[in-house]
Design a protein around this ligand. Structure first.
Ligand code: NAP
Ligand code: HSE
Length: 320
């Protein structure tokens, strides 16, 4: 049995469930001849109560990064995780991350690592619903035409609750309590989290160097109860929609609230499910839908990435 040492950055909504799922899947790791040893888990407050396996080595000292073989980043933020990961990545070791803000905004530094197969980030878009895996592999054979997607669980939750008559502030507080929202939640409601995710997707189907600042962004802060009820009367629903398509030979990426017919696939996917309609010339129209936010659904993709890494699959390689 080979021991693989894992270090983790962050142990919040996502990190706790990653640790629990690693423990739950010990038999699958054993089938691969591997025993996972978590050698350090970086947090701000080691005294905070957490639901994690007994004996988890919580610490405020990132020194474990110098020795571990794999890093799982579930901390969030942009500059701090980049600073911590930089020397680690330069040594050629792999990173698994759910952090779409980091991926979208630090691509100049991360791109070479991704091209070398050292970055695993299935969880960064639509959490446990696999879209990055297919887009980085089989869908490459088909000519990409257009995608349209609902990618933010917090906005989806807020807009759905508002349809039931709840006010915006209460619905946002509930999304935060459920562990869906970013810190700060402006990233969600301002449309920026959706733009980060659209940027990550664009690098698999449009341009491997697609820049975050090319996305036009509008959030849901100005959507009112009256807008939502008027849409309902027309047989429509308001969603925060991400779109990517080629217009006059240029890739256009937008995030904005849209009123869609109730029969639209982004509406029929279900009240609490992220969804993506992907159009390719040869593959036709594909619909992906599933959980896009929450601890365990995100952990399922991150532990899946860890299994891929141990089996020897490269990370998610963008277009060259
Ligand atoms: P979270 O609950 O706020 O957890 C963040 C963790 O990072 C906490 O354990 C916190 O420590 C630690 N941390 C933050 N700043 C730190 C610092 N300066 N030094 C040391 N530790 C620090 O966040 P989350 O919801 O798990 O999200 C984590 C990442 O996953 C983010 O990139 C997010 O975008 C991404 N993601 C989240 C979801 C979701 O549904 N929540 C889904 C997909 C992707 P303390 O616990 O001590 O405060
Ligand atoms: N804050 C994000 C959302 C978490 O609400 O979708 C999942 O990426």
């Amino acid at each position: 049995m080979r021991t693989v040492t894992v270090g983790m950055l962050g142990c919040g909504t996502v990190g706790q469930d990653v640790l629990n799922l690693i423990e739950r899947r010990a038999a699958i790791f054993a089938d691969l001849g591997v025993r996972i040893e978590v050698v350090g888990v970086l947090v701000r407050d080691t005294a905070r109560e957490r639901r994690i396996p007994a004996g988890t080595p919580l610490t405020t000292d990132p020194a474990f990064l110098q020795e571990c073989e794999v890093v799982i980043e579930a901390m969030g933020g942009v500059q701090l995780p980049m600073t911590m990961l930089r020397p680690y990545l330069r040594s050629g070791r792999p990173v698994i991350t759910a952090n779409k803000a980091l991926l979208a905004e630090c691509w100049d530094e991360l791109r070479d690592h991704a091209l070398n197969g050292k970055l695993y980030y299935e969880a960064s878009v639509m959490a446990g619903t696999p879209v990055i895996g297919p887009m980085s592999t089989v869908l490459r054979a088909s000519t990409f035409r257009r995608l349209q997607a609902v990618l933010n669980g917090t906005c989806l939750y807020i807009l759905t609750q508002m349809e039931g008559g709840k006010d915006y502030a209460q619905a946002l507080a509930e999304a935060q309590a459920l562990g869906y929202a970013e810190d700060p939640p402006t990233l969600d409601v301002g449309g920026f989290d959706t733009a980060h995710k659209l940027t990550v997707l664009a690098r698999f189907c449009a341009d491997g160097n697609f820049r975050y600042d090319r996305v036009q962004v509008q959030g849901i802060e100005h959507v009112t109860q009256a807008d939502i009820q008027a849409a309902r009367e027309r047989g429509e629903r308001i969603k925060l929609v991400a779109e990517l398509e080629s217009v006059g030979g240029e890739w256009q990426a937008r995030v904005a609230p849209q009123s869609l017919p109730e029969t639209h696939p982004l509406c029929t996917a279900g009240a609490s499910r992220n969804a993506m309609v992907y159009e390719g010339e040869e593959c036709g129209t594909l619909i992906f839908a599933g959980g896009g936010a929450g601890g365990m659904v995100t952990a399922s993709a991150m532990v899946g990435d860890l299994l891929d890494l141990l089996i020897g699959f490269p990370g998610h390689v963008p277009l060259h």
